[in-house]
Every structure is written in C-alpha cells, then in structure tokens.
Write a protein that binds this ligand. Structure first.
Ligand SMILES: *Cc1c(COP(=O)(O)O)cnc(C)c1O
Length: 390
C-alpha cells in the first residue's frame, strides 16, 4: 500500500524536532552537526534568534494580505535586493522553481517585446538543476528528471558543462538567453571558472542574448560574496534566488534589470503567496544580516579554515576522497566511493552532509558555523571516512 506521504523521496530514518545554530536535534535527543543546512537553506543556522524575532513580530501583526494591495515588507525586501545587486526590479516567489519559471517567462516576454517572438532558444548546461516544474525540468533536461514526463516544453538546448567551445558554436542571433548556475549545486559543486563566466557575458553582449543566472544555491553569501557571480566581476540580466534568502522560510525571488523586465506589466505574472508579509519580513532580516561586508568577511575566513582542514581530510583518506572543490561555504568532496555511503557513515558519527551528482559529497553548513564547530565537523567526517577506509 502506498504511504500516506507520496513516496517521491528517499528519506533517512532520522526525524528532527529542534535546532540550535549548527545543530539539529533528533527526536531521540541525538545532536547532529548540520553541514547540509536543509540544502543551503538554513543559512543563518537553526532557530536563529534574530530570525525568530523577525518572524514572530510579523506573525503577531499580519501574515497575508494578497498582492491586490501594497505590501511594505515586500517593498523593503525588494529595496534591499536592488541596493545590493545589479538588479533594478524584483518579483518575490515562494521557491526556486517558481523563480526559474518566471525567469523563463521573462526571457520569452523580452523577445516578444523586441518584436522577435520566435527567438526562444535558451542554452543551458548538463548537470544543471533549476527545479522540478515542467519548465525547469525541460531546462535541465537530464534523463532522471524528465523520464516519463514528456512532451517537454520546447526551447531548451543543453551543452556540456563548462564547454566554452560548444557554447560559442551554439550561440547565434537566434539565442534568446544562456541560463546557468555559476556553481552547479546538485550537479556536484562544480564552479564555472570566472574567466568563463566573463566570456559568456561577452558572448551574450555580442549576440544580444540575456544572461540568466540561477543563484538559488550559490547566492545569499554561500560562496563568500552576496552572489557568486560577483567573483567574476560581471552581472546577469536576470537572476533566480531562493534557498538561503528565507533562512528556512519558503521564499524566492527573480531579480532583473529594467531592460530585461521589459513587458512584465500588470497582469503578466502573479502569485497568491509570493511576497506575503510574513515571508518578506524574514527575508529582509536575512538580507540585512548577510549583505553586511563584515558578515561576508567572516564567511570567507571560516571557508578558508574549513577548506584547509578538508584538504587534510582528503589526504588522510585517499581511498574515500579524491579532492575538495567549490567556493566559500559551498564545498564538495569528490569521492572515490559512493557519496551516499559517506552520508550514511556521517549519520553514524552524527554529522549531516548531502550527496550530489558527479560522485560528490556536499558540505553546505550554516554561514554562522563557528571555528570550534568546523573543527568538530572535520573530526566527525574523519571518523565517518574511517568507517569506509576498508
Ligand atoms: C534548489 C534549487 C532550485 C529549486 O528550488 P526549489 O526551492 O526547490 O524550488 C533551483 N535551482 C537551483 C540551483 C537549486 O539549487
């Protein structure tokens, strides 16, 4: 008999009932050091007092009103995002998938506005993840996500990840947009070299194609900049944000330049929940904290510490790990064993990690993790790897 919860997930036999900072506490009282942070969502740790205060203060005022009305909390969040990024305008969503949907719609609308509605081809990359809607799976195109769900939304073409020659050959005056994650998350913590992102920007400028960056996982301070593309010194035309921006509250956004948002007039898009006061009050507080240069400097300092210790871990377990990769606190351990086995060994040592594609173990700790917790995390990973050394 089918479980009452639709069985689309492979769940570990652990349930958590409480969290404190970098720790998730299971129903049996076991404390797990959380290096997954709900897949880069709990950017400021569990039950962060500042976020609890922002949430409860708003919860006592008003939760939901509808976008039929002005929403000052939504405007505040949009102001913060615009002040701190390339963007001129923001649409607030509830998730990364919804952000991807709007980004795709916005590309189509843009070319329609430019009197070129046939220009719909969006170039994407193998290993990409943009969500699970029909549009987002068509964009990523992987067999695993699309099998049985055809026919797919037309207009996407996947290129080998990081293959600049293939991209140059594929780009033309027919290309509507190039859409990618600056650091692939689900694809295995695979950063695109800064020079390649700059090259893609230049190719977009030359052909007129829009550059759409999916920073759902790599954004909100995760790589040590507010957004990962800042490392390359270029900006996109459209960007998807989610995960860390809500600190655990469901929240996402599409950021765009005024030019890219051409045509997105009243009635062209909408959402019942998107941008409601409760979500935006939390999101604005997250933005205030994460956009602070002092906070980001700390992320970079701690990232260097963690990375250095992980290099030691890889050297100590050459049969388990191959290399460290990633940027900031978006780190991956390329494994010589199945990453799922390392995740399981981690459960036994009470440390939470996340598997990804390309045989990679993901480490996405809260950005607030302490130096002591970093040392403890690596000690636990060391013991977990010891179980697999063979
Ligand atoms: C998680 C993720 C999404 C989808 O976000 P949801 O909130 O799960 O809909 C899209 N893009 C990237 C890069 C992601 O990591």
């Amino acid at each position: 008999m089918i479980s009452h919860v639709l069985p689309t997930y492979n769940r570990a036999p652990i349930a958590f009932e409480r969290g404190e900072g970098s720790w998730a506490i299971a129903t049996d009282g076991t404390r797990y050091l959380d290096l997954g942070a709900g897949i880069a969502v709990n950017a400021l740790g569990h039950a962060n007092p500042e976020l609890v205060a922002a949430l409860t203060a708003q919860a006592g005022r008003i939760w939901h009103v509808s976008n039929l009305y002005q929403i000052p909390e939504q405007e505040r969040l949009a102001d913060l995002l615009v002040e701190n990024t390339f963007a001129d305008t923001v649409f607030v969503t509830n998730s990364g998938t919804e952000a991807a949907e709007l980004a795709i719609k916005m590309v189509r609308k843009y070319w329609d506005e430019m009197s070129d509605p046939e220009r719909i081809e969006i170039l994407t990359f193998e290993g990409a993840f943009h969500g699970r809607s029909t549009g987002a799976i068509a964009a990523a195109g992987s067999e695993k996500m699309v099998k049985g769900f055809g026919p797919l939304m037309p207009g996407f073409r996947q290129l080998p990840w990081g293959d600049m020659a293939a991209l140059e050959a594929a780009m033309s005056e027919r290309t509507a947009a190039v859409m990618l994650e600056p650091v692939q998350g689900e694809g295995g913590i695979r950063p695109l070299p800064d020079a390649d992102l700059r090259r893609i920007r230049a190719l977009c400028d030359r052909t007129g194609a829009l550059l759409v960056l999916d920073e759902v996982q790599s954004g909100m301070g995760r790589t040590g900049k507010l957004f990962a593309h800042e490392w390359a010194g270029v900006t996109p035309d459209i960007m998807m944000v989610a995960k860390g921006i809500g600190g655990g509250f469901p929240l996402g956004a599409v950021l765009a330049t005024e030019a890219a948002a051409a045509g997105m007039a009243a009635g062209t898009h909408g959402s019942t929940y998107g941008g409601n006061p409760l979500a935006c009050a939390v999101g604005a507080r997250v933005m205030e904290i994460v956009a602070d240069p002092a906070f980001l400097a700390e992320v970079n300092r701690k990232a260097a510490l963690l990375r250095q210790k992980l290099e030691g871990l890889v050297a100590a377990h050459p049969a388990v790990f191959e290399a460290v990769r990633g940027q900031g606190l978006m780190l991956g351990l390329k494994c010589r064993v199945a990453p799922g086995d390392v995740v399981k060994a981690g459960y036994a040592e009470h440390v939470l990690t996340v598997a990804a594609a390309d045989n990679t173990l993901r480490l996405l700790p809260p950005l607030t993790i302490s130096d002591e917790e970093i040392a403890e995390a690596v000690a636990r990973l060391d013991r977990a790897a010891g179980r697999l050394d063979g």
